[in-house]
Every structure is written in C-alpha cells, then in structure tokens.
Design a protein around this ligand. Structure first.
Ligand code: ZN
Length: 182
C-alpha cells in the first residue's frame, strides 16, 4: 500500500493558492506514485475527494470517488476543466481540511469534467448530482477556493453559501480545531 500523505488544515496557505498546471514532463513514475498516495490518503481519511493542495502540493491534481456510481473506481484527475449545467442544488458538504464541520452548499447539478489521467491521456466524463458536486468541490481547491467561500460568485450558480453562514462555518471550525488540537 502507498504511503499516506500528511493532510493540511484550514487556514494553511496551500489551501488559498491557485495551483500550477502539471507540465507534460512531470508525468511519469513520480507522478504515478503521488497519485497512488493521494488515493490511499483519501481512502484512509476516509473521504470522497482529496485535492493535492490539501496535502500541501499546489499542483492541479485531485483524487475523487464517484458516490453515484459504486462500480466506478476512484480516479486521479490532472489539469481538469469543468463545464457546469443544470439547476442549482443544495446538499450538505464537508471537507477533509475542515474536519467536523458541515454545511449546505450550492452546486451545479451537472459538470462535464475534462482532464488528463495519470498516464497523460485526455479524458472526459459527464457527471451529475453527487459526482458532479465532488468534482466541483475538488476543482475549487485547485483555485484556492474553499466550500465556505462566498466571495467568488459564479455567474449562473450564485454563491456557495451566504456570508453569514460562511462566517458561522469558520466559527464552528475554530471550535473544532481547538477540540481536535489541530
Ligand atoms: Zn475540501
């Protein structure tokens, strides 16, 4: 089994960083190893998604599960783009970088995810509902955006949450952080 990576917690600077695109010459055995470690760390947490900045690596890479498709194996997604469509959906969401805190977050119902695999092969997936939500949450991490961010207003899908609820999330996190000694 791959070695586990060390999680960072809010407000580690890596979580506010716009991550770098992975270059063609960065694919290879080291990338493959990092991808396997990211998957293993996500599994151990356990979580449905884990982005590289959550382990302090500010590259455009994340791991995700597909909760709506139990048969689909977890994947490592590199240099993704997302095209959102459908209605705005609200569901309770959490984050491995803010453990113990959950809140309703507005997300698009559908997301077309274009990316490269760990083998540097281009791929596209049409995701809906929870799968689409996970992809949007992890994609946000690559742009230094947390699920409680209310400032980055998306043209069609509005704010993830209100400023008031966002502040409440941060207050809850301060309590959790102290309780957990993080
Ligand atoms: Zn997260």
């Amino acid at each position: 089994m791959a070695d586990l990576l060390k999680l960072v917690y809010w407000d580690d600077p890596a979580l506010s960083t716009v991550c770098e695109t992975v270059m063609d010459n960065e694919f290879g055995p080291k990338m493959e190893e990092f991808g396997q470690q990211l998957l293993a760390t996500m599994d151990a947490a356990p979580g449905v998604g884990l982005a590289a900045p959550q382990v302090g690596i500010t590259k455009r890479i994340f791991a995700m599960r597909f909760p709506d498709h139990e048969g689909l194996k977890p994947m490592v997604i590199v240099n993704p783009t997302l095209e959102l469509s459908g209605s705005t959906r609200y569901e309770r969401e959490g984050c491995l970088s803010v453990p113990g805190v959950f809140e309703q977050v507005a997300r698009a119902e559908k997301a077309d995810l274009r990316f490269k695999t760990l083998d540097n092969i281009e791929a596209v997936m049409e995701l809906t509902n929870i799968d689409a939500r996970v992809a949007q949450h992890e994609f946000d991490h690559l742009n230094g955006i947390m699920f409680f961010n209310y400032l980055d207003v998306r043209p069609t899908y509005g704010r993830r949450m209100s400023k008031q609820v966002s502040k409440q999330v941060l207050r809850e996190w301060e309590r959790e952080k102290a309780k957990r000694g993080l």
